[in-house]
Write a protein that binds this ligand. Structure first.
Ligand SMILES: Cc1cc2nc3c(=O)[nH]c(=O)nc-3n(C[C@H](O)[C@H](O)[C@H](O)COP(=O)(O)OP(=O)(O)OC[C@H]3O[C@@H](n4cnc5c(N)ncnc54)[C@H](O)[C@@H]3O)c2cc1C
Length: 270
């Protein structure tokens, strides 16, 4: 059986580039998805949309995986939205964490889903599937997103309706937040769809883009490079298909040092 070490023993066992932080809240949404929050070290800086390596000590060794930071850069805590992979080396343990447990956090964050990598435009599309919504949970709570774009359209596609709950609650909480609610009012739109259940919006996002249903439902012109920018986060398959639809429409990929029309990041490997 794997043994997870804790407390002072853990503090002394971790490398110098790792913080040991405490879990402050855990919420389970389905048997595949949960959210947890941890304390944030005062010196830990990141840009909204970036990811970081988080981990647990398992069998006396630290085991890390990449996680998008779901909270915005101004927040006092760090939030993560996680899959539970059956027998997954990390998540079979991570899914059992409770308030007060300790989590390892590497000191350096990175990533391509940042506002700096996009050139200015009117609307920003955030295309996500599954846990790929996590970096956007950060960006839609960052006032800078609304300073840079007049409209922000977050699409979230999951297999089942129950998996949409994280995104729905997130957007509802933003509307009622006294600070960010005011800057996001009238600008932020959530457009969700499911692929494996009957729902008012069914199918992959690529299908909803190609059919034009996405734009008809939102009452906006079809996505175009003159007015729109995009960020994509999901499975490799979802990214490649969405990316090629954008490229067919004249969009070019941007990077931190070369801002352009869209950016992508995998929400997992495999
Ligand atoms: C840049 C980046 C950011 C990431 N951000 C997140 C995040 O915010 N939340 C999160 O839950 N995971 C995220 N991941 C995936 C994460 O790093 C781990 O793969 C995941 O936590 C499972 O770890 P594991 O050790 O249990 O299983 P692993 O051995 O890592 O994965 C086993 C298999 O599970 C599947 N899988 C892994 N992650 C997911 C997922 N998120 N959704 C669906 N299937 C998956 C894949 O088929 C994979 O081959 C991210 C990965 C990358 C590269």
């Amino acid at each position: 059986m794997n043994q997870i070490i804790k407390g002072a023993e853990l503090e002394s066992a971790v490398p110098a580039n790792v913080f040991v932080e405490t879990v402050t809240e855990v919420t389970h949404f389905t048997d595949r998805l949960f959210r947890f929050k941890i304390t944030r070290p005062a010196s830990f800086r990141f840009r909204s949309g970036e990811f970081v390596m988080i981990g647990l000590m398992i069998d006396g060794k630290p085991l890390f995986r990449a996680y998008s930071i779901a909270s915005p850069s101004w927040d006092e805590e760090l939030e993560f939205f996680s899959i539970k992979v059956p027998n997954g080396p990390l998540t079979q343990h991570l899914q059992k964490v409770r308030e007060g447990d300790q989590i390892l956090l590497k000191k350096k964050s990175t990533g391509t889903l940042v506002l700096d990598a996009l050139s200015p435009a009117k609307r920003l599309y955030m295309f996500s599937s599954g846990t790929g919504i996590a970096p956007f949970a950060s960006l839609i709570r960052d006032p800078e997103t609304y300073e840079k774009f007049d409209e922000v359209i977050l699409t979230h596609t999951t297999r089942e309706i129950a998996e949409l709950r994280y995104g729905e609650e997130l957007v509802a909480d933003i509307s009622s937040d006294p600070l960010i609610g005011e800057v996001a009012a009238g600008k932020l739109h959530l457009y969700n769809s499911v692929t494996r259940e009957r729902f008012e919006r069914e199918g992959r996002i690529t299908h909803l883009i190609e059919s034009g249903k996405l734009f008809d439902d939102l009452g906006v012109p079809p996505i175009n490079v003159n007015e729109d920018r995009a960020m994509i986060c999901g499975s490799m398959h979802m990214i490649n298909d969405t990316k090629s639809l954008l490229e067919q429409r004249g969009f070019t990929e941007g990077a931190n040092n070369n801002p352009s029309d869209f950016v992508v990041e995998r929400s997992f490997v495999g």
